[in-house]
Write a protein that binds this ligand. Sequence first.
Ligand SMILES: NC(=O)C1=CN([C@@H]2O[C@H](COP(=O)(O)OP(=O)(O)OC[C@H]3O[C@@H](n4cnc5c(N)ncnc54)[C@H](OP(=O)(O)O)[C@@H]3O)[C@@H](O)[C@H]2O)C=CC1
Ligand SMILES: O=C(O)[C@@H]1CCC=N1
Length: 274
Amino acid sequence: MDGYDRPERTVTRVWMVGCGTMGGAMLRQWIASGVLAPGNVDVVNRADRLLPAGVRQARDVPSGALPDLVILAMKPQQLDEVAGRFAERLRGVPALVSILAGVEEHALAARFQAGAIVRAMPNLPVGIGKGVVALDSSSADPALRKAITTVMAALGLVEWVDPAQFDAVTALAGCGPAFLYRFIDALAAAGVAQGLPEDQANRLALATVEGSALLAAAADVPPGTLADRVASPDGSTRKGLDVLDQGQALVALLRATVAASAARNAEMAAEARR
Ligand SMILES: NC(=O)C1=CN([C@@H]2O[C@H](COP(=O)(O)OP(=O)(O)OC[C@H]3O[C@@H](n4cnc5c(N)ncnc54)[C@H](OP(=O)(O)O)[C@@H]3O)[C@@H](O)[C@H]2O)C=CC1
Ligand SMILES: O=C(O)[C@@H]1CCC=N1
C-alpha cells in the first residue's frame, strides 16, 4: 500500500511492439539495471533482431494473459498497421505506453482500449541510463504514474510535462542528442580546419563535450557562468564567443532547429488524429 490505502502497481511483464534503435536502447538499460527480467519481456517485430539474451521475439503478440504493460515503439507511420493487427488482442491491457513522436493520447485511445495510456518521450542516452524521459497521461492514476516513473527512472531524468508542450519537449530532448552530435562533428571539423589531424580532432572534440557536460551537470552555477569562467579577460575564448554571440547567431540557429523539429512533431500528431 502507498499510504493512501491504494494498492501499489508494479510493472513486471512487458510486451513491446517494435524494438529498433530506441526500443532496443530502453530495453537494454531496463535489463542491465534489473528493472525488467529478460524472461518477462516479449518483443513483437517484423524480423528477428539482436536483443538481450532471454528476451523472446516473434511476429505476433503472445497468447495467454495480457502483461502489465504494452509499449509501442514502432514508428508513428506504423500506428494504423499495428492497431489493425493487434488492437483487439491488446484490449483491456492495464497500461499502454507509446514513445511515438507526435502521436497524442487521444489518437492512441481512439485505436487501443487500455486501462490507461501514457505518452513517453525518451532520448538515445537512455541506453546508458543517462537519458531523458518526458511523460504525460490524462488517464493514468497516481499509482500507475508512480509505477511508470519508477520504471523510467532507470533510464535517466524523468519529467512529467504538459501535453501542450510535448512536441517542444520532443524537439529539445528527444531530437537533442542528434543536434549535439552534429555540434561535436562541427567542433572537430573546425579543429581540422586549423590544421589538426582528423582523428585527433575527433577525440579532442568528444572528450571536450563529455567533460564539459559532466562538469555542467555537477556545477552549482548555470552553463552561461561556466562559459564566462572559461573566457579569460581579453583572452582567446572571448573572441570565439563573440562569433557565436554575434547577432545571437547560435541562439537563432538552435531556435530554428528546435522549431523545425517541433513543427514536424505537430505534423505527425495531425496525421495520427482521427
Ligand atoms: N530514435 C530516437 O532517438 C527516438 C525515437 N523515438 C520514437 O521511437 C519510435 C521508433 O523509432 P526508432 O527506434 O528510431 O525506429 P526503428 O526503425 O529503429 O525501430 C522501429 C521498430 O519498429 C518495428 N516495426 C515496424 N513496423 C512494425 C510492425 N508492423 N509490427 C511490429 N513492429 C514493427 C521495426 O521492426 P524491424 O526490426 O523488423 O524493422 C523496428 O524494430 C518512433 O515512434 C520514434 O518517434 C522517440 C524518441 C527518440
Ligand atoms: O526523429 C524522430 O522523429 C524521433 C523523435 C525524437 C527523436 N527521434
